[in-house]
Design a protein around this ligand. Sequence first.
Ligand SMILES: Cc1cc2nc3c(=O)[nH]c(=O)nc-3n(C[C@H](O)[C@H](O)[C@H](O)COP(=O)(O)OP(=O)(O)OC[C@H]3O[C@@H](n4cnc5c(N)ncnc54)[C@H](O)[C@@H]3O)c2cc1C
Length: 298
Amino acid sequence: MSSTYILVAGDARISALVAAAPGATTAVVVGTRAVADAVATSGVGSVVWLGEPGDAPLEAFAGPVADLVAAAAPDVVLASTRPADRVLAGAVAARLGAPVHTMASKVEVHDGAAEVTRAVFGGIARQTLRTAGPVVVVVDGGTLGEGGSAPVEEVAAAPAPTVRVVETRAAERTQVDLGRAQRIVAVGRGLKAQEDVAVVEGLAAVLGAETACSRPLAEGVGWFTKDRYVGVTGQHVQPDLYVALGISGQLQHTVGARAAGTVVAVNTDASCPYFAEADYCVVGDLYAIAGALTDALR
Ligand SMILES: Cc1cc2nc3c(=O)[nH]c(=O)nc-3n(C[C@H](O)[C@H](O)[C@H](O)COP(=O)(O)OP(=O)(O)OC[C@H]3O[C@@H](n4cnc5c(N)ncnc54)[C@H](O)[C@@H]3O)c2cc1C
């Protein structure tokens, strides 16, 4: 019979994990006893409670959790998409040398191998992967489950002393919520210099739009904050108007703006991929076009 280990890092809302798990389920909990007890009534077969992490980061429990998983050799290890669970799952996968599959919608076991169906390219396609050997799968956690009363086994686990938290700081955030913006002027690597962001801001101002960018401008050169890049790993936006200046139109970007009403792409390259899906395609220099549009609208 197939079996699944569910990793729980302090949050007992695992109903979707239990529903997705093939075979017999064991939950491994790093967290309070209350969390372990709540997990025990969520429909799992058994619970192993490793205690509270205290000041130790979750990564410090990767060794003990991986040892438990390796000894039991389940077909699948499941974790939720919540940040803490992903941290633990990633560290455990590294210890096990196991692949991590994200965006999973279905997990099955056939002939002793895990088969995972997952969304790819921002959800426009699906892929089914078959993995022999240990595999870690990340799915939505769900809510508090109801069902049964599994035994809770307490196992003393010492966190690795080599990993410790030396500083915790609040993340730098801006107030932008691109998901609610009615109009967006986005720019890509067609922009030549950081001071030229003013050109984009000028057009956005007269349009009453938010500014946004492709990933290289946020993750690469850092001319925009990371909450302003659109795409598969960035923001998904749905404005009435999306102006894309000097953005080539790679799938990883356009997926994030597919829900836009009208897309205007400006590019010097008449064969750029964005022109295949934009509503209005302007062949030209973004500086000249943005400047002329700003003047005209003003
Ligand atoms: C796993 C993964 C996830 C990714 N996720 C994202 C994501 O979420 N969002 C994202 O944006 N990217 C993402 N990327 C990167 C993506 O594949 C592209 O590399 C990126 O979108 C390209 O950005 P760009 O269009 O600005 O740059 P380029 O592809 O370099 O295009 C620049 C464009 O500017 C044009 N241009 C140059 N000068 C001018 C000018 N003066 N006037 C007008 N046009 C000009 C050029 O003709 C060109 O078409 C991801 C990549 C990977 C591998």
